[in-house]
Every structure is written in structure tokens, then in C-alpha cells.
Design a protein around this ligand. Structure first.
Ligand code: SF4
Length: 452
């Protein structure tokens, strides 16, 4: 990281310490203030002056955000702080969850090898109608001040619910910009005709599990699935263009170990979809790296170098063949791209928060069960029932579930393996809350968390 020129003579004498402070929080955003103070070996008065200066000088703030782990700040921590979510949790306010995920899929046609779902477990078909009525009540109940407060995902595959389009239209009429996460296997022309509400989506995000039939079969267990997904997306591209529908189309793609160079084929695949509708190119792509099973969440140097090369080549291919594509590299790949070291948060059960963070987000399944973590909402998943805050059902609204969860003061003792119920968002929220509460306990309440 380059040195920051510190404007103003009154802070110039602290320049060295301030640069070190920005480096600490640019590389390790969840450091506690006391740990940072001890690393700088300064007394509390000096440290307070440094923290106050950092909050005041935009160049220093920008240096923290521009650090190797800056995406944690810019993508998640600061937006949550600005929305007051962290304060709501710390002060145990009973408010609507900041983000509500609806998990309406009764089943899934794939069996991905990395998926936590229990083979064969599904929701009964007779749960679909009552579940959709429950989702409708949640959509009607949610305050409309944040248009991005709800999205649809799983859990299981949302497109296996025949009432999905109706729910999307209902939410769109209330002003919500709905995102759908899907594998797009069932996104056929017939589905689009039967569920016209799908055209009311704000964004449709397809999780890609490979770039040919063999790769798909290895990952999902389903034969000839890539060809079908591709045909569905080509059709969607054509229709989206001819209808002049504002739906935004994009992908999620996980780079599996040893497969970094497949990214070039991903760029070509997106370019092919663009050729179908040159005036409506694919809008976005989220790429993530699979860090599961890596000690300390770190990549071995040789693999990191290969990944960096492959990302560079991918970038060039995108610039040449799909220049309007918005690519999001996530927390860690962004650092790899820039040749700096970064690691993902690796929470252990002892770092999990016994009361979780219901004000930040919940997931609701077809039964109305309100899950506290994003990867817990699968039927029959061992131990996941302990992370159900309550059930939305006739006579019990989502707001009642939140209120009683907080009023009861219910806590959950985490067991080994429970950390896998948390996805990247849950992990960031947890790490931030642990940091903020440690800062408050250490007497730094007014400046807790460094940046807001
Ligand atoms: S990861 Fe998604 S598509 Fe794959 S089996 Fe699990 S729910 Fe189905």
C-alpha cells in the first residue's frame, strides 16, 4: 500500500502512525480498537487523537477502503452501518430484519456435491399453497422504505414453486425490486408462459455449475443439464430484448480449485448470450473462489499466482468480448486480482453469537419457519432447527417472531459444525458485531468499529 499524504500541519506529526492504522484496518477490518492500539504501542490519549483524525480526513478513510480487504468495508460493513443495522442489533431494538430472504422451493432437481441439503429431503406438495399464502402475508407486511429488503433464493430451487411468479408480482406492486437466485434448469418457455410474474423481477441471477454437460453432470448429478440451462437463457435473452423488459440478467460462478482457466470459457459463454441480443447484453457476474477446506482460508502461493494470471486473462477476454459486463469479484478475489494477500473470515463456533442477528436478516421457508442464518434453511438439515426463531403462520406475523425472539432473550449454544450455517454475509455481520461489542466493552463506545 502506498503512503498517504496527510493534509494539514496539525496531523503531519502523526503521519507514520496514521498510515500504520489505515494499513491495519485496510487489511484486517475486524481488528478491535484495543488490538490496534497495542500494535501501535501508543497510550489511549494518542490513540483517540489518531482515530478522530482518521474519521475526519477523507484520504485516510479512502486508504482503509482501498486496502486488500477493503471490499468488506465497502460492500457490507458500511452499508449496514449507514442503515443503522449494527446499532439496532447492539441495542436489541425490535425492528424488521434489514433483508428478508424467501425460500419458496419445495424441492430441487439437482444434487450438487457441495450442497448441504439432505438427499431426498423436500417439502410436501400440499405445503406449497399454504406456504405461498404465508409468503404473500410477509410481502404485504414488510415496510416499503427499502426496495431491496427482500429477495428469493433457497434452500431448494425456487422455480419448483408454481406460485413463484404471483409472489414476485405481488412484491413488485408494493415497490420491491426482487432478485431471484436460481439454477435456471426449469426456466423454460413453458414456465415463462405459466408464470408471467417472473417478468416483474428486478434481477435474475443464475448459479452456473459448469460450462459443458460433463462438468454439470459431475457437479449436479444431472445429465445434459448445461445444454438445457443454456437453451433457457438464450430464450430468455431473446424474449427480454423483444419485450424490452427491464429485467437484469446475471450469473454467480464459483471458481473451483484447479479450474481457474475455465473463466475464459465463462467469458465466451456470456459473449454468446450477448450475441443473441446485442442491445441487451448480460448485466452482471459475481465470481467467488471456493476456499472451503483451505487452512486458515488462505490459498497456497502457487495456486494464488495461477488464479491471478487466470483472472487477468479473464479480464482481458471480458473487455474484448463482453465490455459492458459488471464483474464483482467478492471480498477475497478482489485482493487476488490486485496481487495482495487476503483471507476470508473463518469463524469458529465459539465466535458465533448466541442470539445471532435477527435485525440484519432472516430466511423464511415454505413452512413459515424463520431461520437466523442463510445456509440453515434446508429441510431435515441436522441441527438447523435450533436456528429457527419462530414460525410465521395465521395469527403470527414476522414482526411477532422478531419481537418474541428478542423478548425471550433466547440464546443458542453453537456446536461444532454450526459455523457452516453462516454464509459470507452472516460471517461479516458476526465478525463486525464481535468487534463492535469488544470496542464498547473496552471503553471506545463513541468510536467503536473505527468507520461507520
Ligand atoms: S446447490 Fe442449489 S441447485 Fe445445487 S442441489 Fe443445492 S439447492 Fe439444488
Amino acid at each position: 500500500m502506498t503512503e498517504i499524504a496527510i493534509p494539514g500541519p496539525e496531523v503531519a506529526s502523526d503521519a507514520g502512525l496514521l498510515n500504520r492504522l489505515t494499513r491495519i484496518f485496510g487489511a484486517s477490518p475486524f481488528t478491535t480498537l484495543e488490538a490496534a492500539r497495542q500494535e501501535l504501542a501508543v497510550d489511549r490519549g494518542t490513540f483517540r487523537r489518531l482515530v478522530d483524525t482518521l474519521a475526519r480526513v477523507p484520504e485516510l478513510r479512502a486508504a482503509v477502503l482501498g486496502g486488500p480487504a477493503g471490499k468488506y468495508w465497502s460492500k457490507t460493513v458500511l452499508p449496514l452501518e449507514r442503515a443503522g443495522v449494527i446499532d439496532n442489533i447492539v441495542q436489541r431494538r425490535a425492528v424488521y430484519p434489514h433483508i428478508v430472504a424467501l425460500y419458496p422451493g419445495p424441492t430441487c432437481m439437482f444434487r450438487c456435491h457441495f450442497c448441504v441439503r439432505v438427499t431426498g429431503a423436500r417439502y410436501q406438495q400440499d405445503a406449497v399453497d399454504s406456504g405461498n399464502a404465508m409468503f404473500a402475508s410477509v410481502i404485504d407486511e414488510m415496510p416499503v422504505d427499502n426496495p431491496h429488503a427482500m429477495y428469493i433464493s433457497g434452500g431448494l430451487e425456487p422455480l419448483t414453486n408454481p406460485g413463484l411468479g404471483g409472489l414476485i408480482t405481488r412484491a413488485a406492486r408494493r415497490g420491491f425490486k426482487m432478485d431471484l437466485y436460481t439454477n435456471s434448469f426449469a426456466l423454460t418457455d413453458r414456465t415463462l408462459q405459466r408464470q408471467p410474474g417472473l417478468w416483474d423481477l428486478h434481477r435474475l441471477r443464475t448459479s452456473m455449475y459448469g460450462l459443458d454437460d460433463d462438468e454439470y453432470e459431475q457437479t449436479t448429478g444431472k445429465r445434459a443439464a448445461f445444454g438445457r440451462v443454456k437453451a433457457n437463457l438464450v430464450n430468455l435473452q431473446r424474449l427480454r430484448a423483444s419485450r424490452e423488459n427491464p429485467l437484469r440478467l446475471g450469473f454467480s460462478y464459483i471458481v473451483l480449485p484447479g479450474r481457474a482457466w475455465r473463466l475464459l470459457e465463462l467469458a465466451d459463454f456470456i459473449a454468446e448470450l450477448n450475441e443473441v441480443a446485442p442491445h441487451r447484453p448480460v448485466d452482471f457476474l459475481d465470481i467467488r473462489e471456493d476456499y472451503s477446506g483451505r487452512p486458515n482460508g488462505k490459498l497456497p502461493p502457487a495456486e494464488r499466482a495461477e488464479l491471478q494470471d487466470a483472472l487477468g486473462a479473464f479480464n482481458e477476454r471480458v473487455s474484448a468480448r463482453a465490455p459492458s459486463l459488471h464483474v464483482d469479484y467478492g471480498y477475497a478475489l478482489h485482493a487476488v486480482m490486485t496481487g495482495t494477500d487476503a483471507e476470508l473470515i473463518r469463524l469458529r463456533p465459539e465466535s458465533m453469537r448466541p442470539s445471532a442477528h435477527i435485525q440484519a436478516g432472516v430466511q423464511i421457508d415454505l413452512l413459515g419457519d424463520v431461520y437466523l442464518y442463510r445456509e440453515a434453511g434446508f429441510p431435515g438439515l441436522t441441527g438447523a432447527h435450533r436456528y429457527i426463531a419462530g414460525r410465521v403462520e395465521p395469527g403470527t406475523a414476522l414482526s411477532d417472531v422478531v419481537r418474541s425472539h428478542l423478548a425471550n432473550g433466547r440464546t443458542i449454544d453453537p456446536l461444532d459444525g454450526d459455523e457452516y450455517f453462516l454464509d459470507g454475509f452472516d460471517q461479516v455481520v458476526t465478525a463486525r458485531l464481535n468487534q463492535v461489542e469488544a470496542d464498547i466493552a473496552a471503553g471506545w463506545g463513541d468510536v467503536r468499529g473505527l468507520l461507520r
